[in-house]
Design a protein around this ligand. Structure first.
Ligand code: ATP
Ligand code: MG
Length: 415
């Protein structure tokens, strides 16, 4: 029986010159981890593809769909693998076209790579084309804009034949662009922002600020669900949770009501920056989008940003809500984000938040409470959960982390 396997195509990493093999190796590693739940027998690089084979030699659409979610994958084709026998690859072409669904026209695209096979591609096009015309007499050949293209690719001693091919998420393999700390709420935006930088190859370490103990821990569970939903893409290595409720109460008592949110955000960014340094991360990421809510004006972004020196990436800054929602559907976080839960953002909210903060007032309010001790106390109280789907994530080491580990072992996040 002819084997069925997945051919993984990758455009962008093919362009990276001498880094190419690093990227390919990383993609192979990431695919191994992403496909741990399948009985995969071989993942290998071959002539511009990565080939994924299963033990039963019958790769499924489910396997292809899982591969399509892995960053760095431009396209996945479910292909038949044959030898060089023309009867065999023509029969595979008939099967492949038969599975292509609804179509009116087709063409054959024969290719050869690193092979001494005696037939040339033009000859193969004609041969396979005539067999397909006989098998599908009501379909027409259209070499310019066909509905379906049947690819017949001879590589060394094998022939790969496919018609079914669908786009993957694109981007770069996670682990090729360093590490970032992302500020994750259970809303729509920050999960999408996290996924977007992950798709560009960054290892993501989300930090969630919960209102605990002043609120329930529902938002923490929702954030765990969000990271579980992102897990197949392998972008998240670890989720940190910072119980922020008590400190928010302190801030709310110390600063003018209208500046509370800006103070909360400055503390959140500083705690995240501290965690980023311990993690060896090079940037912070938020889900802000310009003007989307009152707190996301340029003045307020500047007033919050001033608290840190590390770059703050805002991948959604120019996105409309509809685009963000569409992406949330695609990555599987939409339904989770629809569930509302009180988190630190809903706690001690002022009636009239400042929308155009003036820096000198911000700095005055900032000096009116012991923010340094507060930030350190919050970093010391951080809890976390690890996610094994990101093979490139390496946890920080050292005495501080040993201390944290003991705290975390006794804590509820590691349930
Ligand atoms: P989101 O949909 O991501 O919750 P939002 O539209 O509610 O964003 P804001 O509440 O102004 O907007 O939050 C802006 C950004 O601040 C978020 O995208 C996120 O990166 C960060 N952030 C907000 N709340 C939290 C939280 N509880 N924990 C961690 N980060 C947060
Ligand atoms: Mg929110």
């Amino acid at each position: 029986m002819t084997e069925r396997l997945c051919l993984v195509h990758y455009h962008e990493i093919g362009l990276k010159g001498k880094n190419r093999s690093t990227f390919e190796n990383q993609l192979v590693t990431n695919l191994h981890r992403a496909l741990a739940g399948f009985d995969v027998s071989n993942i290998a690089r071959i002539s511009g593809y990565i080939v994924v084979e299963t033990a039963d030699r019958l790769a499924s659409e489910e396997l292809a769909a899982t591969i399509r979610r892995v960053p760095g994958v431009a396209r996945v084709s479910l292909a038949y693998k044959c030898g060089l026998d023309e009867g065999e690859y023509c029969a595979a072409a008939v099967r492949a076209l038969g599975e292509a669904g609804d179509f009116a026209s087709f063409k054959v695209h024969a290719r050869r790579s690193s092979t001494t096979y005696e037939r040339h591609s033009l000859e193969m096009n004609r041969l396979v084309g005539s067999v397909l015309c006989e098998a599908f007499p009501d379909k027409k050949v259209d070499v310019h804009t066909p509905d379906v293209t049947v690819v017949v690719h001879v590589v060394q001693g094998s022939t790969f034949v496919y018609a079914a091919s669908a786009p993957g998420v694109g981007g770069l393999p996670v682990g090729t662009a360093g590490k970032v700390v992302t500020l994750l709420s259970s809303g729509f935006d920050s999960p999408v922002a996290t996924w977007m930088v992950g798709r560009r190859g960054a290892i993501c370490v989300p930090v969630h600020f919960s209102g605990r103990p002043m609120t329930a821990d529902t938002s923490e569970w929702l954030c765990q669900d969000i990271v579980d939903a992102l897990a197949p893409s392998g972008v998240v290595g670890r989720l940190y949770v910072v119980p922020f409720g008590e400190r928010q109460r302190e801030i709310s008592l110390a600063v003018p009501q209208s500046l509370r949110i800006i103070m909360y955000r400055r503390v959140m960014l500083q705690v995240s920056e501290r965690i980023a340094r311990l993690e060896g991360a090079k940037a912070l990421v938020t889900g802000e989008s310009l003007g989307q809510v009152a707190s996301q004006t340029l003045e307020n972004i500047a007033a919050v940003n001033e608290a840190v020196t590390m770059p703050v990436l805002r991948p959604l800054i120019g996105s409309d809500k509809q685009e963000i929602i569409a992406r949330a559907h695609q990555i599987g976080t939409y339904d989770i984000s629809c569930q509302t839960a009180p988190d630190c953002c809903t706690l001690f909210m002022p009636r009239r938040p400042e929308t155009h903060a003036r820096m000198e007032q911000v700095l005055e309010a900032w000096e009116s409470f012991d923010h340094e001790a507060m930030v350190q106390g919050l970093v010391d109280a951080v809890e976390w959960r690890d996610f094994p789907q990101c093979p490139s994530y390496h946890a920080p080491k050292g005495p501080l982390w040993d201390h944290h580990r003991e705290l975390a072992a006794a804590d509820s996040v590691q349930r």
